[in-house]
Design a protein around this ligand. Structure first.
Ligand SMILES: *Cc1c(COP(=O)(O)O)cnc(C)c1O
Length: 382
């Protein structure tokens, strides 16, 4: 699905030098590389504060801790997402309120949010799934109307740009980077993410000075001065070696995004005309950073899709299902679906989505090989 080795070879000198520097000065925790990375990423995102932490799940948890939410408070999130988004909500004694997604963008369906808002609702957590922004104009307008916080889960969409307040993307109109529109943005540097380190890593971003101070405190045991603890915190740090890797990779993030888009365009071109394949929609208001290239097999059943995946695998082509089970059907989360709601779009997507390999080292021959085989397999099944 990814080629981290091929990517590393091209930047080996920078990465190796960065890691060696950490080893030489032995400041493995809180080394100078962390601050450099936080400043570089803040500049890249055009946001006032970036606070690094241990992983993307911690980032979400710390964001919610920083907002002083109380047990029983309700947090709105999409039902079709990675488990981490819901997990931290439940872990803090908050109540996840699940909302269906849009069939073409895979992101939270903003038309369904208002009917789920109660006096206990405190925040909305949009997930910019697969690399494209959720409808942030609508989300911010609902949040303003009901005085809700917005935490953007940007783990899959770092670098994506959104035309806030405008009809569509255009060079001369204002855009904001994913994660910098709501109160807090969170991201992950898991190795396979668009900006991946060589272990675990994550970060939070905000333009709010007070929130930034609090987030930094929570990441470090709630400590204001050493051994003085003002709030309950956690131990969540990015280590210096990971920061060194990220410092070497961040200057390449734009070219990585271009490479992923190139591969996505080839896929679109080769798969876009098949009656049973729905290629991913390009939103007019958001750039796509293609963390995943996810298509839908029209009217598919799980068994048919499994067959397709098995046949692909036989021909040396990996594929993935993000995600096979919606949150409300997961044993750990079904209890939060108190009204026994159905989520028809997510239920459909769990049967039809198929993610193909996409990464920075793909060339046209690889995409052609994958598409040729996929089309052959699908045509044989019909
Ligand atoms: C990867 C991911 C996370 C969690 O990040 P980790 O660094 O693995 O903890 C959270 N949300 C989404 C949408 C993700 O894709």
């Amino acid at each position: 699905m990814v080629d981290l080795k091929g990517q590393y070879i091209k930047i080996k000198a920078e990465v190796d030098a960065g890691i060696q520097e950490v080893i030489n000065n032995t400041q493995f925790i809180k080394g100078p590389q962390i601050k450099v990375f936080e400043e570089n990423l803040a500049q890249y995102l055009n946001v006032k504060h970036v606070i690094a932490c241990a992983n993307g799940t911690d980032a979400l948890q710390i964001a919610m801790m920083a907002l002083d939410l109380k047990p029983g408070d309700e947090i709105i999130l999409p039902v079709f997402t990675y488990v981490a988004t819901a997990e931290v909500i439940a872990l803090l004694g908050l109540t996840p309120v699940m909302i269906d997604v849009e069939p073409d963008t895979f992101c939270i369906d903003t038309k369904l949010i208002e009917r789920k808002i109660t006096s206990k609702t405190k925040a909305i957590v949009p997930v910019h799934l697969y690399g494209q922004c959720a409808n942030m104009d609508e989300i911010m307008s609902i949040a303003n109307k009901y005085h809700l916080y917005v935490i953007e889960d940007t783990a899959q969409a770092l670098g994506s740009q959104y035309a806030i307040g405008n009809k569509q993307l255009a060079n001369d109109l204002e855009t904001k980077k994913a994660g910098t529109i709501g109160n807090i943005g969170t991201t992950s540097f898991f190795p396979s993410k668009n900006l991946g380190c060589y272990g675990d890593g994550g970060a939070l971003m905000t333009n709010d000075d007070e929130l930034a101070k609090k987030i930094r405190m929570i990441c470090n045991h709630g400590q204001s001065v050493q051994y003085v603890h003002d709030v309950i915190g956690v131990n969540s740090r990015l280590d210096s070696i990971q920061a060194a890797v990220l410092n070497a990779k961040l200057p390449h993030l734009n070219s990585y995004e271009i490479a992923r888009n190139e591969a996505a365009n080839w896929y679109d071109e080769l798969l876009g005309n098949h009656p049973n394949i729905i290629i991913p929609k390009r939103d007019l208001k958001s750039t796509h950073v293609f963390h995943q290239y996810t298509l839908q097999i029209r009217n598919s059943k799980k068994e048919i899709r499994n067959l397709i995946r098995e046949e692909l695998q036989k021909r040396g082509i990996p594929s993935m299902i993000y995600y096979p089970i919606e949150l409300h059907k997961q044993k750990a989360f079904e209890k939060f679906n108190t009204n026994n709601d159905h989520f028809p779009v997510s239920e459909m997507l769990c049967k039809t989505v198929l993610s193909l390999p996409i990464h920075t080292e793909m060339n046209k021959e690889m995409v052609e090989y994958i598409c040729k085989n996929l089309l052959e397999i699908i045509n044989n099944i019909d």
